[in-house]
Design a protein around this ligand. Structure first.
Ligand code: SMG
Ligand code: MG
Length: 369
């Protein structure tokens, strides 16, 4: 297969509600859609980076630059047989995992489309539906959080994740448990604590949480291991795991017992699959994380989450949890039982509403061989 045209689009979509974490608030998702044309078919990918370096050092601006100057030139006009070969074209380029992921996803999508295979089948997925949860940002009041949780549980979501930070943690979890009993519940701190907070975090052990996600800094594998030794609750790492290799080290060090796999954070579907395999060999559960993706990134997440090691509900909610109108047709819809069907049509498995996408496009660049 040979990619002879790449289109980059900077797209902005307003979220239904702002999403607040320990690092700040996102009220509008700005992201890059990558479209590739290869052997007469089209493939789509999504760059998960945010406009500011809050979740990770990457931004939509850095991703655009790296795609334009390095990644697109490295792949345009090159011959390949299978999309897992594509990351080799930029093996020598450091970092910028989310930028790489957007282009590699588009290559997988085009290849699957060309083969008449669904993305899930192309990746080796084994499930026809995946269990999903919902991630709820920090709210202005506990009452508002409880209302939201009640509403998402009524819709059928299989687990609730709440964002925490110092001052919005133990007492909030206590209230959630008091109102909703033993629902599947977890928390995500996005690196808001240090090891000096270990005794405070130990108090979370009283609530039977499924896991505590990323309490400490992203480069704190050693401190996460020290914290995990003090807690009964499993730690799950997100930001810290940037490759299959760092996943292996974290599990072997005891820095976590569970891994959140985000395809963008690890540099693309090939690396995400490797990380899945490393965790599976070690008996560690994984689940699919989310970056408030549009339907394009969400379709890729659904395919990834159909792999056998994804045994916990992912942060893959339905389109209507985020958007008034998604850019895929039909939108991503959740069944009443808290599962989302894995599309089985060729390629992405959803149609992209090109006209609507065009209307949301802030900037566009075309590269042809
Ligand atoms: O996509 O539903 C979603 C959001 C899931 O909480 C979520 N993501 O740290 O896991 C995480 C956050 C990072 C996203 S910040 C915009
Ligand atoms: Mg997280």
């Amino acid at each position: 297969m040979k990619i002879d045209r790449v289109e980059l689009r900077l797209v902005a979509m307003a979220l239904k509600e702002p999403f607040t974490t320990s690092f700040g608030t996102v009220d509008r998702k700005e992201f890059i859609v990558v479209t590739v044309y290869a052997d007469g078919v089209r493939g789509y990918g999504e760059v998960a980076a945010l406009p500011a370096p809050l979740y990770s050092y990457e931004t939509t601006g850095t991703a655009w630059l790296v795609l334009e100057q390095f990644l697109v030139p490295a792949v345009l006009g090159r011959e390949w047989c299978h999309p897992a070969e594509v990351p080799r074209f930029w093996k020598h380029l450091r970092g910028h995992a989310m930028a790489k992921c957007g282009l590699e996803q588009a290559a997988w999508c085009a290849w699957a489309e060309g083969q008449g295979l669904s993305l899930a089948r192309a990746l080796g997925g084994t499930r026809d539906r995946v269990e999903v949860g919902v991630s709820i940002g920090i709210q202005p009041t506990v009452a508002r959080l409880l209302d939201l949780i009640g509403d998402y549980l009524d819709r059928g979501y299989r687990r609730i994740k709440i964002k925490i930070k110092p001052g919005w943690d133990v007492e909030v979890v206590r209230e959630v448990r008091r109102h909703f009993g033993s629902i599947p519940l977890m928390v995500d701190a996005n690196s808001a604590y240090t090891l000096a907070d270990a005794s405070h975090l130990e108090r979370l052990d009283d609530f039977g949480l499924m896991m505590i996600e990323q309490p400490l800094e992203e480069d704190d594998l050693v401190d996460h291991a020290a914290l995990q030794r003090r807690l009964r609750t499993p730690l799950c790492l997100d930001e810290s795991i940037t490759s299959a290799s760092s996943g292996r080290k974290a599990l072997d060090l005891g820095s976590c017992r569970i891994i959140n796999i985000k395809v963008g954070r690890v540099g693309g579907p090939t690396a995400a699959r490797e990380l899945h395999d490393v965790a599976r060999e070690r008996g560690a559960p994984v689940w699919c994380g989310g970056m408030l993706e549009s339907g394009i990134g969400r379709a890729h997440n659904l395919a990834l989450a159909s792999l056998p090691g994804f045994v916990l509900p992912g942060d893959i909610s339905a389109s209507d949890r985020y958007w008034h109108r998604d850019i895929v047709v039909p939108p991503v819809v959740m069944n009443r039982d808290g599962t989302i069907p894995v599309p089985d049509g060729p390629g992405l498995g959803f149609a992209v509403d090109e006209q609507y996408l065009e209307s949301l496009t802030l900037k566009k660049a075309v590269f042809a061989h």
